[in-house]
Design a binder for this molecule. Structure first.
Ligand SMILES: *Cc1c(COP(=O)(O)O)cnc(C)c1O
Length: 421
């Protein structure tokens, strides 16, 4: 099936006379006919649902759909994108381990990696997104367990050279984790280029309607966790009656381990109702992505034509530093997000944003409605000037997230506000 079809049909096929729409299973628990049957499910939790702290039939449908769209073998939803980032690392690293991350990542992820994981004894070694393969490899130590990067960075819109990072990771026997939130699998499928694990904040385009936060981790099923570097995958798991993940769940050891250890213990799992709403968003994902992209390139070109901006950053514009990488990894569109540096600095930026009538000032991005944000005073305000520079954020930067309104109305709104700046 092609993506438009997968968005509607993957994960759920109604039985004869069954509900056409995937039902909401809003139940913490599931009934079995005997203690033996419950015991059997504990022995192999992939056989049935046990408890909605870590599996649920409605969420399961969404997981299958997203895994299918990404070209992975299995997925696990989480209660937020932050939880997906956290669990993707904790599934590989413990105290005393390290991982390498591109420094061009979302501000919340940067905070999690640089401060919170450090308190848990996990070191994040940052590397420039434009570093050469040798420079990336030079950061890797014997205790380094993964490399992390973001396909299209929020909000600096740098494009990750996935093949370069994957090559560096695989040369060192470690997996590449890619945050694919902005492109979604409709615009880019990182597994095709060598990513082993793909994560998302589903709060953005996947949900699309600004209804709820959520995240997901997708396992490509391709990485060899039996290569000697990952004893937690090859030794019996004491906490789960001696399960050996690469032996017992060889089709998707990474995601099964994440569910049986991390989700079981932490319980940051979406409810059936949340799964239902996320599925509604996913049903129109492919068609929405097409429209965000076609609106965004027009808005970006309009911004350029006004002459009021020092910089209009959208990787689909020919003069963009990342244009060639965008044409390789995001040839069908570069999402709806544009970052702008207005002439006149922070003051002009705020004037422009406050003068908008249709576009709303809000802490969100990738909404169905056009919205704007000033990263330096909102999402990234905890970062130092050096950290802001490292993730490509100027104090005058405006993040403009193009929605699905009529293009004429979006441009008219920008025009009336710019006239007063
Ligand atoms: C928003 C975002 C996150 C965090 O997701 P939440 O759902 O807000 O926790 C992670 N990565 C990227 C690229 C994001 O845009």
């Amino acid at each position: 099936m092609k993506d438009n079809t997968k968005c509607l049909h993957s994960g759920y096929t109604p039985e004869n006379g069954g509900p056409r729409v995937m039902p909401i299973y809003q139940s913490t628990t599931f009934k079995f006919n005997s203690t033996k049957e419950i015991g059997d499910v504990f022995d192999d939790p992939t056989k049935a649902h046990i408890y909605s702290r870590f599996t649920n039939p409605t969420v399961d449908v969404v997981e299958k759909k997203i895994a299918d769209l990404e070209g992975g073998v299995a997925a696990m939803c989480t209660s937020s994108g932050q939880m997906a980032s956290l669990m993707s690392i904790l599934n590989l690293c413990g105290a005393g381990d390290s991982f390498v991350s591109s420094s061009s990542i979302y501000g919340g992820t940067l905070n999690l990696f640089a401060y919170t994981l450090k308190k848990l004894g996990i070191e994040c070694i940052f590397v420039d997104v434009d570093a050469s393969e040798d420079e990336i490899c030079a950061k890797i130590k014997p205790n380094t367990k993964a490399i992390f990067g973001e396909t299209l960075t929020n909000p600096s819109l740098q494009v990750l050279d996935i093949e370069k990072f994957a090559h560096a990771a695989h040369k060192n026997g470690i997996p590449l984790i890619v945050d694919n939130t902005f492109p979604t699998p409709i615009l880019c499928k990182p597994i095709k280029y060598g990513a082993d694990i793909v994560i998302h904040s589903t709060s953005k385009y996947m949900d699309g309607h600004a209804l709820q936060t959520g995240g997901v981790i997708v396992d490509s099923g391709k990485f060899d966790f039996a290569n000697g570097k990952f004893p937690e995958f090859t030794n019996p798991d004491e906490s789960y009656h001696g399960t050996v993940y690469v032996r017992d769940y060889s089709f998707a050891p990474y995601i099964i381990k994440a569910r049986m250890q991390l989700m079981r213990d932490f319980g940051a799992y979406p409810s059936g109702n949340s799964g239902f709403l996320l599925n509604l968003g996913l049903e129109t994902l492919a068609i929405r992505m097409e429209k965000y992209c076609s609106n965004a390139i027009k808005v970006a070109q309009y911004f350029e034509s006004t002459g009021k901006f020092e910089n209009v950053n959208y990787p689909g514009l020919k003069d963009n530093k990342y244009y060639n990488l965008a044409m390789k990894y995001l040839p069908h569109g570069q999402s709806g997000v544009i970052s702008l540096t207005i002439k006149g600095g922070k003051e002009a930026a705020i004037k422009f944003m406050d003068g908008l009538k249709l576009a709303s000032n809000e802490v969100h991005v990738a909404d169905i409605r056009t919205c704007v944000l000033h990263p330096a005073s909102a999402t990234h305000r905890q970062l130092t000037d050096e950290q802001l520079a490292a993730c490509g954020i100027n104090p005058g930067l405006v993040r403009f997230s193009v929605g699905l309104e009529d293009i004429d109305d979006i441009i008219c709104d920008i025009e009336q506000s710019l006239a007063r700046v």
